[in-house]
Design a protein around this ligand. Structure first.
Ligand SMILES: *Cc1c(COP(=O)(O)O)cnc(C)c1O
Length: 412
């Protein structure tokens, strides 16, 4: 069967024909046969340069030999024990060593679980009820975080999804990114706010970058109001460098969530932070968290392998940055939009200036983006199929792949 036929079959079994909404590319998505380095091979016999990379995790590209070997070796020994392993101590030591703000952590299976657990922990630790998030910030698909719709006004949350109870959504407040006054105003009016959760670099509408001093202001304001600061580094962790945004920008959040890269491409989530807060997590403390697949050996082995690789080859971050510079410079001077990049994260926004927040991001010409996306895929480049998803590069993007990218972006 070809991709079109497979999608028709899938639609009878899976809602919308997919297992996660962004995959429902119209009129039908391509189905992948295999993937190696920076290239996806489709079931229809096409080769596509992959700038989606599983939405971020695959910083070394597909089927990297170091990760493949680590997973294969673990498979020989079994992949689920239901008791602790030395692997989780090894990976925890690596992650805490890379993040000065993280003294202790808990492994879960997805980024969604990580932010859900971090929010419960912030509430359990502080005894306060409300959470503040950034408009357009994405923290996974659980009830407290599926709130961002509507205007940028700082107001009670309105659910983005049917089935999220308005009573529950009312405990999620919103502020605009890059607007410290908005946060200050909200926190000074409310004394029942447990935490402010933020993607330090907004990865799910962009990237949208922090203004100079914004993250430092966020740290100052949250400290002054005794509100915990949660950095959701599920995308930025190990993506913009070892230690993520918190090391790059020199900020110490109270809690951090990780996922994506940290599991080497297998399912993972991590929440961690200050010892006195993490000691509240069960069984040490009263805030419950548990999971059959938490710290599963296959993911731990893949995570250790990627960590080893990144530490041994830390100069790859500069190489990746150079690659996105090459793409940026391929744009013609007549290009109507704006190219934004940070390390190996990049996006071409169909807007005359780089968006600074959700409201501005939504002003992009999404019809123009769709035409550009179609053109890119027809020339053999797979970009995430949305104006609001970050593009990624990997160490596996070589000369041939870069030449294709340059060709596509030179036609902007
Ligand atoms: C992807 C993502 C999540 C959710 O992670 P899953 O593993 O998909 O559940 C949470 N936060 C951010 C910033 C993400 O990009």
């Amino acid at each position: 069967m070809n991709s079109e036929e497979l999608f028709a079959a899938a639609k009878t079994l899976l809602p919308g024909g997919v297992s996660s909404p962004v995959r429902a590319i119209q009129p039908y998505p391509f189905y992948v046969q295999s993937a190696k380095s920076a290239v996806l091979e489709t079931i229809d016999g096409r080769s596509l340069v992959d700038c989606c990379l599983g939405y971020g995790p695959l910083i070394l590209g597909h089927a990297h030999p170091a990760i493949t070997a680590a997973i294969a070796a673990q498979m020989e020994n079994g992949w689920l024990y239901g008791v602790p392993t030395e692997l989780e101590i090894d990976l925890a030591r690596r992650i805490t060593g890379d993040h000065p703000s993280v003294d202790m952590l808990r492994f879960v299976s997805t980024g969604t679980e990580a932010t859900m657990a971090a929010i419960r922990l912030a509430r359990g630790f502080s005894g306060k009820t409300d959470i503040v998030k950034v408009d357009g910030g994405f923290h996974g698909a659980h009830d407290a975080m599926l709130i961002a719709a509507g205007s940028g006004a700082t107001t009670y949350g309105i659910p983005d999804s049917a089935g999220v109870l308005p009573d529950f959504a009312a405990h999620t407040r919103r502020v605009s990114y890059n607007d410290p006054e908005d946060l200050e105003a909200l926190l000074s009016k409310n004394d029942n706010i447990a935490a402010f959760i933020i993607e330090p670099v907004m990865g799910n509408i962009g990237p949208v970058l922090p203004d100079d001093g914004y993250l430092a202001a966020v740290r100052e304001i949250t400290t002054a109001h005794d509100v915990l600061l949660i950095f959701d580094e599920v995308i930025t962790g190990y993506r913009i460098g070892i230690g993520g945004a918190q090391v790059k920008f020199g900020i110490k959040p109270d809690l951090t969530t990780l996922g994506k890269i940290v599991g080497g491409g297998l399912p993972i989530g991590v929440f961690g932070g200050k010892r006195e807060i993490m000691e509240m997590v069960s069984p040490q403390g009263p805030v419950y968290n548990a999971g059959t697949f938490n710290a599963n050996p296959a993911t731990m082995a893949a995570g250790i392998a990627v960590s080893k690789y990144l530490h041994l080859h830390e100069d790859m971050y500069a190489d990746l940055e150079e690659k996105t510079r090459v793409v940026a410079e391929s744009l013609p001077s007549s290009a109507p939009g704006t190219f934004v990049r940070l390390g190996s994260m990049f996006k071409y926004f169909f807007r005359s200036a780089a968006p600074r927040n959700y409201t501005e991001a939504k002003e992009c010409d999404t019809a123009a983006f769709c035409m550009f996306w179609e053109k890119a895929i027809s020339e053999g480049v797979f970009l995430p199929p949305s104006q609001f998803e970050t593009n990624f590069l990997s160490t596996a993007h070589g000369e041939a792949e870069m030449a294709k990218l340059v060709q596509v972006y030179s036609q902007c």
